[in-house]
Design a protein around this ligand. Sequence first.
Ligand SMILES: [Ca+2]
Length: 422
Amino acid sequence: MPNAAKFIANTAAALLLVIFSIVLGFDAGKGNDSRFGVVSSVTTAIGNLPATAKILLAPHPDYVFPADEISPLNELTQDVFALHTFGPENRAVLVNLRNDAVVKTWDLGEHKPYPNARYFAQMLPDSSLFAYVHEGDWMGRIAGDGTLLWERHAELIYHHSAERFEDRVWICARDVEYLHDYGSVRMDTVMLNEHVGYGVMDEVMLEVDLATGATTDSISMLELFAANDLNPIFKSFYGPTFGDCFHLNDIQPVTFTDTVHGYESGDLLVSNRTQNELLHVRPSTLEVLHMFNQGLSSQHDVDLLGDSLVVCFNNNSPSLFADEIAVDASEHMGTYSHTAAFDLSGERVDFDLTGYMQREKIYTSTEGLQQHLKNGLVAVEAQNRFCIYIFDGETLVYRDGLNYFGSEEYVEIPNWTRFYTN
Ligand SMILES: [Ca+2]
């Protein structure tokens, strides 16, 4: 490469690294300076910036948020239970949001790669807990009485959601080694569909048996893309240099069969964040059967409503900096997150919740989810706002942060909160 071109490429790479480092600092966690190599050095440098720059770039570097910046609302007339986890305490709590009562607490043990890493958890029908460390390599199942039923670690690291299908769970996973190379421009060159890509980080859709913890299926995203003649490199938000060409957030199993639209029970709907799309995948054949991408940007949680509607938390991030700009500020451009809906063919359809969420100016650039509860309420988590919202039809009946670990001054970051009605 000529020197001038090399300089431009290096400058662009350095700029992307700074952008990416800030995002990674939030999305992957802070607290261990050695963990991300080059990335952590840049993040540390950001820590020394003048206060005004820090406010723009990282106003709340820790996993807490001032409680008085959230205007609480609680008009719940029915019980809504939230399962909340908070890393520093190594605990999960089940709380009744209607009256703030803590119903149950689980000790998760110390399995985190750094002190304020975060646990994610969900309750299973027998009141046991399936838990794992976000961006860590531990997962396990803990019985209702606290007994550890199984655990596994040091194989893959886990990211964001895990969704059940019968007696198994699908979870987004990455190779352990990625932690050492992410953003450091040291990843291997790969050949893909006869195109050269630099440093594409593979990801894995991992299926685990909830009874034993054993792997029952494992699908490489690079293999899936190659099998379907797709190339992740050209659509990558970050560019191939930084490897994060997929960034899986949620793998939602299909629980029905629809021969007209070509859906089978056991198919998967996959949130592929970097490429702003959902994929309908058949694990048994490695086919990508549908793609959903109309209007999606940095989306997270994908769910199925009944047997005809796909809904997806569309972060709608115009830029990955946007979470640092107040939603009322002119810089924000009036862009808010919402739940987008699609029919089974992938066509976007109107959805009431979209308008209700935008009216509340809900916005998060990293994790966001919606959960349609059995009692008809809809719960929404906006992680960057540290806030939970619950809608009853078009009426907002709950808005608050979660502070069940002894702090009145701060609320804790929500970590893919799970909601239950009984
Ligand atoms: Ca989901």
